[in-house]
Ligand binder design. Structure first.
Ligand code: FES
Ligand SMILES: [Fe+2]
Length: 404
């Protein structure tokens, strides 16, 4: 349980909020690279951390991410013309380059100094792992791009999808670390059947933490991990490795990016189709949209006879739909002052405490986790060990991929 103030602290991400300030110290996925397929292609609307933005790829292939509203009289630059290394507002023709510099003001005489005095807010962008990432924090605190393993792999080794989550980012993130739900919500859909863990260990790292769950299997302990990377990434190991990223669009909406990857080889055709949107893990989406076809407007397609049959614990089809249904059902921003936590919620409690501490450090001007980009170079663990070996003993060899 949290106080109302603690709940506000962890959930609100607008400019000027403590959590918003913390997240803005890291590189944030803004959109899929394929949304800007070529130079001078159509601009794309992007909302990120509560800020309406427009993304475009200019004539030289550079990416611009600008405030959506034109600095002149606040018309949307989304309708702008993407031409000759800049985006031109269609209201009065002012033009801005990828750095937000005003490069043409055709409504003013050539002698005017308006151009030097006007600037659109612009965020630097970088393309990695099939995504376009941006940094929205103070320029003098911009970190190097984190060495997250899948962002360094060839495109053939990864599959990146995304879907809209219609609630606050933090309840999605918490859901990612709530391991006790695997034995219930997803029963009937997971390939492995998950018993409740017999041991758990929390291991802090330089970029977040690892939550390890041990389950008894054939006289050994099978360890799996939820690896948290600041500020909103989770890595897990299943048949393939997976990463999920809960990127706040605004306080009440989240873009969930899912990355499935193999560190050593290209994904096979079977794997690509198994993990594409619309399969048993990822939700089927509405045409031309990131919204799930099964959403709150149709009760996520819940099938009561399927639920009764025992074949599916939830009666909903697809793990992604089940997670979204439950997380969205908690409200746009879950009220954690009325919940009732128990022992099996320990990983959720640890996640909250960890982020609360990181917010305090950020606010106090102390160092925050993950300032060293190499500290993100972690692999999720799925490994058996003798029962008397603690996870912290296998972690140093199991969790670090070869250096690049
Ligand atoms: S509002 Fe954009 S040029 Fe006038
Ligand atoms: Fe889940």
């Amino acid at each position: 349980m949290l106080t109302i103030e603690q709940n506000e602290l962890l959930t609100r991400i607008g400019r000027g909020t403590p959590m918003g300030g913390l997240i803005r110290r890291y590189w944030v996925p803004a959109l899929l690279a394929e949304q800007l397929p070529e130079p001078d292609c159509d601009p794309v609307r992007v909302k990120l951390l509560g800020e309406p933005l427009v993304a475009f790829r200019d004539t030289l292939g550079r990416i611009g991410l600008l405030q959506e509203l034109c600095p002149h009289r606040t018309a949307s630059l989304f309708f702008g013309r993407n031409e000759e290394c800049g985006i031109r507002c269609i209201y009065h023709g002012w033009k801005f380059d990828v750095e937000g510099n005003c490069v043409d003001v055709p409504t003013e005489p050539p002698t005017s100094t308006i151009k030097e005095r006007v600037k659109a807010r612009a965020y630097p962008c970088i393309e990695r792992g099939g995504l376009i990432w941006t940094y929205m924090g103070p320029a003098d605190q911009r970190p190097e791009f984190p060495a997250i393993e899948w962002t360094e792999l060839p495109a053939s080794h990864c599959l990146v999808t995304r879907q809209l989550l219609e609630c606050n980012w933090f309840q999605g993130f918490e859901g990612g670390f709530d391991s006790s739900h695997l034995s219930f919500l997803h029963k009937g859909d997971l390939l492995a059947s998950y018993s409740l863990p017999t041991h758990t260990e929390f291991v802090p790292t330089d970029s977040g933490f690892v939550y390890a769950y041990g389950r008894d299997e054939n006289g050994q302990t099978m360890w799996t991990t939820d690896t948290m990377l600041m500020p909103f990434h989770k890595l897990i190991a299943a048949a393939l490795f997976q990463s999920q990223i809960w990127v706040p669009i605004d306080d009440e909406t989240t873009m969930l990016y899912c990355v499935t990857y193999h560190p050593d080889r290209p994904m096979s055709a079977d794997e690509l189709s198994a993990y594409a949107s619309g399969n048993r893990i990822h939700a089927v989406k509405e045409v031309g949209s990131d919204r799930m076809a099964h959403n709150r407007d149709n009760n996520y397609g819940i099938d009561r006879s399927l639920q009764r049959s025992g074949k599916s614990f939830s009666g909903m089809k697809g793990i992604g739909v089940q997670d979204s249904a439950i997380q969205e059902s908690m409200g746009l921003i879950a009220d954690r002052s009325v919940e009732f936590l128990v022992t099996s919620d320990i990983s959720v409690v640890q996640l909250r405490r960890y982020l609360q501490r990181a917010i305090e450090d950020e606010q106090a001007g102390r160092e925050i986790p993950g300032t060293d980009p190499k500290s993100f170079h972690l692999r999720p663990v799925y490994q058996a060990a003798p029962n008397d070996v603690p996870f912290s003993d296998i972690f140093p060899t199991a969790a670090f991929p070869p250096a690049v």
